[in-house]
Design a protein around this ligand. Structure first.
Ligand code: HEM
Length: 349
């Protein structure tokens, strides 16, 4: 964690949301593309690919929220305004990824080795399997989009909520300090209170706040509501996470204890298995998130590693953390924080 070391030594204020976004981008690019984009240094400008992603996502979200679609459709037809910007950003994403796909395919041909390249990344695997460029491009784009802003948003809100809930923070630090040795797959699985904290924060601040589907054919919802072909149906995890009928009267409180079996006090019981139709943060049904396990591992690794060694203190702000539900949600204005080394670092790391 050299970046956090130097930020704490310099006592600089940094936007934690931006830092986590860059970290998630680095991680998902390594997994999907097999490339190191090294965007973590906060003083560096955004990578052109990351910037083009941000622009495309923001404009698509505005399309989705527009009460009348005719306006953006006309702008698209005329090639002006936000639609022109969107086209440029999408072209940038397509051409950057296409370049990487061609490079990887060439390397595979040059070496004659179908497992060439970075081997375990998605792009190399799809290229080695002989899929076409467009299909690979679209799959890789979906992965980067799905895995980038989602995990960073959840972790941003978690650090924010911990700074406002000292009792929860103390319990969580106790758990991560108690995990022996390196944080590996098995020790991360054991950090159950951290899982509860992540579920609780995503209940209140779901990274995908709303999600729409368009009906292919006429249908009827389980409550009898008719849906006609072409209708748009939206489910709303943000609203559901705050409904009294689902979560009870304390629905607006940040209480990770509600994710555990038995009474809410300690010792904690096992984590509850909550039905995804009640908690559709990763969607529910046959097309739910395939990155859920990876997302939990990644978030747990990052949060536990940070908490073991650093204190994160948000700087004073006037608002209560404003939730902005674009394609993925984020905190308005970022999360400016000061980072300090923990006074008594645990012996384990
Ligand atoms: C906190 C983190 C995450 C949340 C809240 C989340 C949430 C979601 C949601 C709501 C969907 C359904 C979208 C739709 O169909 O409209 C989805 C799909 C998907 N997610 Fe995630 N996701 C997260 C992390 C990840 C990560 C890290 C990856 C990849 C490594 C990933 C990969 C995917 C993919 C590929 C799909 C499409 C699945 C399909 O269409 O069958 N997600 N995710």
């Amino acid at each position: 964690m050299p970046v956090l070391e130097s930020l704490s030594a310099e006592r600089r204020t940094v936007d934690l949301q931006e830092l986590l976004k860059r970290l998630a981008f680095d991680m998902i690019c390594r997994v999907s593309l097999g490339t190191e984009v090294c965007s973590l240094e906060p003083s560096l400008p955004d990578s052109p690919l990351a910037r083009a992603y941000d622009v495309s996502c923001a404009i698509c979200a505005r399309r989705g929220a527009a009460p009348v679609s005719a306006i953006w459709r006309i702008k698209r037809w005329l090639g002006v305004g936000s639609e022109r910007e969107l086209k440029q950003a999408v072209d940038e994403v397509h051409s950057s990824i296409a370049r990487l796909i061609r490079d990887r395919a060439e390397r595979i041909v040059e070496t004659g080795d179908r497992s060439a390249g970075s081997q375990s990344d998605l792009l190399s695997r799809l290229a080695s399997a002989g899929y076409g460029e467009e299909l690979i491009r679209d799959m890789v784009i979906s992965f980067i989009m799905a895995g980038r802003d989602t995990t960073s948003a959840a972790m941003t809100w978690l650090f924010w909520m911990l700074s406002r809930s000292q009792e929860v923070e103390r319990e969580l630090i106790g758990e991560v300090d108690g995990a022996a040795g390196e944080l590996d797959y098995d020790s991360l699985k054991e950090l159950k209170f951290l899982s509860g904290c992540l579920c609780e924060v995503m209940r209140l601040y779901p990274p995908v706040a709303w999600d729409s589907k368009h009906a292919v054919g006429d249908d009827v919802l389980p409550d009898g509501t008719p849906v006609r072909a072409g209708d748009r149906v939206t489910y709303f995890p943000y609203g559901m996470g705050r409904m009294e009928s689902i979560w009870g009267r304390d629905r607006l409180e940040f209480k990770p204890g509600r994710w555990f079996e038995g009474p809410e006090g300690k010792p904690r019981g096992e984590l509850k298995k909550v039905c995804p139709y009640k908690f559709p943060v990763f969607q529910a049904g046959p097309r739910d998130c395939i990155g859920k396990e990876m997302a939990f591992l990644q978030m747990k690794y990052v949060v536990a590693s940070v908490l073991r060694r650093f204190e994160i203190r948000p700087v004073e702000r006037d608002d209560d953390g404003v939730f902005v539900p674009l394609l993925t949600a984020h905190m308005a204005g970022g999360l400016p924080v000061q980072i300090r080394k923990r006074e008594r670092p645990p012996a384990s790391q």
